[in-house]
Every structure is written in structure tokens, then in C-alpha cells.
Write a protein that binds this ligand. Structure first.
Ligand code: RP5
Length: 159
């Protein structure tokens, strides 16, 4: 079964990253969650990145804050698509540290970066990537998007 790997630089990122975990589980997608710190557990980062694809993980969602090198370093080592979630972990520069650390990757090493604290969209994007080769997941994404549309149409009724 296809899995999504959701990793984060610290357990303190979990309240943000939980949105990715929840939406993926809502699509009945298996999620493997771990803490991997680019700066504090570099050996674990190397091992995780080199091996994730060998145990059924198809997409990696990686969240980190501050000098957020985790998604980029994972992307440098893994053949899998990496979705980066900038986590607003300090108030000093309003999360721009996280955003720019993840966004500004060199050519050849892409990270699909979502909005600050945008873990929900990261989860949806991971589901869509899996859905491109799995009709069952694609059908769930279609139902999800129909739900979004229905909510907007419903909200316009009592204006
Ligand atoms: C980053 O530093 C983590 O991703 C987290 O966003 C931030 C703070 O980490 P802790 O000090 O809470 O472990 O590496």
C-alpha cells in the first residue's frame, strides 16, 4: 500500500503538521510520522531520506521552522517528491525565515512549498500525487473538492 511520510524537525511542529496527518487519514491514506531534525539528527535525516522509498513511501511531507533545512536536505537525498511546510516557530521575523529557507531551492532539487503553516494543503497535495496513479484516492479527492464547492454555494444562500 502507498504511504505518505510526514516528518518534522521537532515535536513542537506537531500541532501544525497534524493538519497534514488528519487530512491524509481522512483520505484513508497510510501515514508514517517521525521527527527528523536536519541539524540535530543529521545521520537520521540521511538514513530516512535514503530509505523512505524502499518501504512504500511515495511522497514525503516535511515541515520545519526557523533555519528550515529539513525539506531541502531530504529532497537532496531522496528520489521521492518532497512537499515542504514552513512552520512559524518564532515570532522574530514572522516566519519568513522558515518560508525562505524552504522555498529558495537551487535548480534540480525541487521542494513543493506550501504556505506558512500550510500543512493541510501539503496533505491534500500528497493525496493528489498518489491519486494520479490510484483511482480510489483520486475519487476521494474528487469528492473532497465537490464538498468544498457545495460549502461555498450553500454559504451564498443566506446572504
Ligand atoms: C526547527 O526549530 C524545528 O522544526 C522547529 O520548528 C524549531 C524549534 O524547535 P524546538 O526548539 O521546539 O525543538 O528545527
Amino acid at each position: 500500500m502507498s504511504k505518505v511520510g510526514v516528518i518534522m524537525g521537532s515535536k513542537s511542529d506537531l500541532p501544525v503538521m497534524q493538519d497534514a496527518i488528519d487530512i491524509l487519514k481522512g483520505f484513508d491514506i497510510e501515514v508514517e510520522v517521525d521527527i527528523v531534525s536536519a541539524h540535530r539528527t543529521p545521520e537520521k535525516l540521511f538514513d530516512y531520506s535514503k530509505n523512505a522509498h524502499t518501504r512504500g513511501i511515495k511522497v514525503i511531507v516535511a515541515g520545519a521552522g526557523g533555519a528550515a533545512h529539513l525539506p531541502g536536505m531530504v529532497a537532496s537525498l531522496s528520489p521521492l517528491p518532497v512537499i515542504g511546510v514552513p512552520v512559524k516557530s518564532s515570532n522574530s521575523i514572522d516566519g519568513w525565515d522558515s518560508v525562505l529557507s524552504i522555498l529558495q531551492m537551487p535548480g534540480g532539487v525541487p521542494v513543493a512549498t506550501v504556505a506558512l503553516n500550510g500543512a493541510k494543503n501539503a496533505g491534500i497535495l500528497a493525496a493528489q500525487i498518489l491519486g494520479s496513479s490510484d483511482q480510489c484516492i483520486l475519487d476521494k479527492v474528487i469528492v473532497y473538492k465537490e464538498g468544498l464547492k457545495a460549502k461555498v454555494i450553500e454559504s451564498a444562500k443566506d446572504l
